[in-house]
Design a protein around this ligand. Structure first.
Ligand code: SF4
Ligand code: SF4
Length: 289
């Protein structure tokens, strides 16, 4: 495979979008890279179009008002970013939780965008979807970004076995880890996975000093599930990292899950109770967003 010597120029990853300047994806000003694809199927996912890869079923092609979608010679759906007016028609009608607006990019192509932002950012954050599905790509990207004097954060659902990939963590400042459920049965329902790896990562990343932040979504009226999760996380992290208690917001949630989770957002005072509980249990850096 051709290589620059430092990183592969052939390796490509599916990128859903790059936000050049974000102040909500980690500390300071950051370039955020969102990869396509996720192994979980969380009920409250706000970006379900990032879960699966486009299967080129073609349903969205004729509905695009801008003519930005077409079939290539091999029958694959291709997207013309120059024509796209970002109306979201395609992702709203896709029955497969996918998006045709994905660009396969090389490490060098992503780096070119980061270099342009470099004077104005503190670092980058890889997110998704689930960015660790592209762990080799990320390791190569991080190595180069660290050379630019910038930090690299991983925004992860915890499905990846970080213990088996020290190279990825070597170049990363840390992981922002979602812990959505502490109990297997609730985790199966909420994220379609028993969550064992997530909980393993919680301890592992904390113990090696690579846990930057943990996030838990507080659902309205789910007193037992909320408390069990917050208790578990708080007792495991102590004051090792930030603990972001996130209010459930129904925006973007798929219709079938809205029927289960409801259309009301979590009350600030209700979420605040769990932040207080977390702090009482030792997670001194717990706060509500
Ligand atoms: S984005 Fe969805 S609807 Fe459009 S071609 Fe791909 S799988 Fe089909
Ligand atoms: S968002 Fe989708 S449907 Fe809308 S213009 Fe772009 S490709 Fe077409």
């Amino acid at each position: 495979m051709p290589s620059t010597g430092a990183y592969s120029i052939m390796k490509k990853a599916p990128v859903n979008k790059i936000i050049q300047f974000s102040n909500v994806d980690g500390p300071g000003n950051r370039t955020a890279i969102f990869f396509q694809g996720c192994p979980f199927n969380c009920m409250f996912c706000h970006n379900p179009e990032t879960i699966h890869m486009c299967s080129s079923c073609g349903l969205c092609v004729s509905k695009c008002p801008a003519g930005a979608l077409a079939f290539d010679e091999g029958g694959k759906v291709v997207w013309d970013s120059g024509k796209c007016v970002q109306c979201d028609t395609c992702i709203k009608l896709c029955p497969h939780d996918a998006s045709p607006r994905v660009t396969w990019m090389s490490v060098e192509e992503v780096l070119q965008q980061i270099r342009r932002c470099a004077p104005y950012i503190d670092g980058i954050t890889c997110s998704g979807g689930e960015c660790t599905l592209r762990s080799e790509f990320m390791t190569e990207l991080f190595r180069e970004v660290v050379r630019l004097g910038k930090t690299c954060l991983i925004d992860s659902n915890g499905s990846y076995d970080f213990e088996k990939d020290p190279a990825l963590l070597e170049f990363s400042q840390g992981v922002m880890l979602d812990v959505k459920a502490a109990e297997r049965s609730w985790s199966e329902k909420l994220i379609s996975d028993p969550g064992d790896m997530v909980l393993k990562n919680l301890d592992y990343l904390k113990n090696i000093g690579k846990l930057y932040e943990v996030r838990t979504v507080i659902l309205p009226g789910r007193d037992t599930e909320n408390e069990n999760t917050v208790r578990y996380v708080a007792e495991h992290i102590g004051d090792a990292c930030f603990y972001k208690i996130i209010r459930y917001r129904p925006f973007g949630v798929r219709e079938r899950f809205l029927k289960i989770l409801g259309e009301e957002e979590t009350d600030e005072a209700y979420a605040g109770r769990y932040a207080s509980l977390a702090r009482e249990l030792g997670a001194s850096k717990a706060y509500v967003v």
